[in-house]
Ligand binder design. Structure first.
Ligand SMILES: [Zn+2]
Length: 476
């Protein structure tokens, strides 16, 4: 191991010295000029700072040190490669991963960048992920946001209204499913073709200077197109429209650039982070995230880790589960039936269902919850036991005890385990019964259905629970 590293280092040193003696004139690159901008550098910084506070209030930021640190490292490497004439010491480049499924990434004026988990999962290599980031960085470094406003002669406060648009339209929840789009269109300016070309070219230059292969930026556009499977173009492509022959433009620029012979294309770190992400519970789409914050309905209450049921008030009079069922589905991932009178509350890794009066900041007293837990073990019984132990140890659940062993069951034709917990609920002051059914997903995750009702109402709830379980269809 050590030996191999040493010889690799030697090659790198030798290569570096070869490069030093190469005449610089052998390389050319397209010259980019900063677009006209009537705003101050500080305006970019201020707009970006305000919008990023809004983003982090509304979007689930992935809370995983390893993943975040990795993306930050790639980001720093690119930032250091921004040509000096486009460096603004006032800018603060920061990098966060958004736990959303859509293939998207965006950067705000002045530096804050957000890369969706879906983008990292879609990239075929570190180079492709870095390509998207280099393109985004270029928009920031060239100050395209405020430059565009200069061109359109918009008053500055129209840009500052970004936060207001989000605060009002998204959280007010007037526009239903279309709201998912609003979140993004609010932050992501649709750039002109001219700016797209600039960001492609500067992006390629930054890639080369950072030791990547600029052609990976071109490749990433193809990868994203392919991932969309001919359906609606991913959000990222529509806010970064193809100025025409983008693929060729980038590759032509790459030919003029000094690209290191051992340019980084893929790394073990990227592979590790990507496989970690694919093993996590399925991320929500932006639309689901928006819907969740709409259901939360709070003034200024966003999704980012907050309890969407927080505004509920517990009541002692709860309507029986309606015998009319409705279908709940989430992408192709799951479909199931639910009593018509239960509301749904998606959170980052689970979805809760409860009737009015049965949910609040302490969880639910009547209803159900589904979700996916990361499993340490491939053994269903072991994974189930881990999950139940976690549940019992979770804050607020210490009144529950497991009062049966695991019983073999079946869920959507798969092997499953069922188990029952019970205890006196501090919310209802009555004995509560919690039935849990678990099965394994093909990616190794543990899918769970948790059903909750007071013991003395079991008879009214059991048939609803049976209907739910019978209707579950998993699409993994
Ligand atoms: Zn762009």
């Amino acid at each position: 191991m050590r030996k191999q590293n040493l010889s690799k280092n030697l090659t790198a040193i030798m290569l570096a010295s070869v490069m030093l003696v190469m005449p610089l004139a052998a390389f050319g690159q397209t010259r980019i000029s900063m677009p006209k901008n009537k705003y101050k550098i500080q305006d970019d910084v201020k707009i970006g700072r305000e919008a990023s506070a809004e983003v982090e209030r509304q979007m689930p930021i992935l809370n995983d040190n390893e993943v975040t640190r990795y993306v930050q490292d790639v980001g720093r490497r690119l930032v250091n490669a921004i040509p000096s004439q486009f460096q603004h010491p006032e800018f603060q480049y920061t990098f966060q991963v958004v736990n959303a499924r859509d293939i998207n990434a965006f950067a705000l004026p002045g530096g804050p960048m957000y890369v969706n988990r879906g983008m990292i999962e879609a990239a075929r290599s570190e180079g492709e992920m870095a390509g998207v980031m280099a393109h985004e960085l270029s928009h920031v470094a060239l100050r395209h946001g405020t430059a565009q406003a200069t061109k359109q002669n918009n008053p500055l406060n129209q840009i500052l209204g970004i936060g207001a648009i989000l605060g009002g339209a998204v959280l007010g929840g007037q526009q239903g499913a279309a709201i998912g789009q609003t979140i993004y269109s609010g932050f992501m300016l649709k750039y002109s073709r001219e700016y797209e070309t600039q960001a492609d070219i500067l992006g390629a230059q930054i890639m080369a200077a950072a030791g990547y292969d600029p052609r990976d930026l071109a490749n990433m556009f193809r990868t994203i197109e392919q991932q969309s499977g001919g359906q609606r173009a991913p959000e990222w492509l529509s806010s970064h429209p193809n100025p025409g022959n983008r693929y060729n433009t980038i590759n032509r620029e790459a030919e003029m650039l000094r690209v290191s012979r051992n340019a980084v294309q893929d790394t073990r770190e990227f592979q590790r982070v990507q496989s970690k992400l694919t093993r996590m519970p399925r991320a929500q789409t932006m639309e689901e995230i928006a819907r969740a914050s709409q259901n939360g309905r709070g003034q200024g209450q966003g999704q980012g880790g907050q309890n969407p049921m927080g505004n509920g008030r517990y009541s002692s009079r709860i309507a029986y589960p309606s015998s009319r069922m409705r279908t709940y589905s989430s992408g192709n991932w799951i479909q199931m039936n639910l009593p018509d009178n239960w509301r749904e509350f998606p959170t980052q890794d689970s979805v809760w269902f409860a009737p009015e009066g049965a949910y609040g900041d302490q969880g639910i007293t009547h209803g159900a919850m589904i979700g996916v837990a990361q499993a340490r073990s491939n053994d269903l019984e072991q994974a189930t036991e881990d999950y139940i132990n976690g549940l019992l140890q979770a804050q607020g659940n210490n009144y529950l005890r497991q009062n049966s062993n695991y019983t073999r069951a079946s869920l959507d034709g798969r092997n499953a385990y069922a188990t029952t917990l019970s205890g006196r609920s501090p919310l209802t002051n009555r004995n509560e019964v919690v039935n849990i059914v678990t099965t394994q997903l093909r990616n190794g995750g543990l899918f769970y259905v948790v059903m909750v009702a007071p013991e003395n109402e079991s008879s009214s709830y059991n048939s609803a629970f049976r209907n739910i379980l019978r209707s579950v269809r998993l699409g993994d």
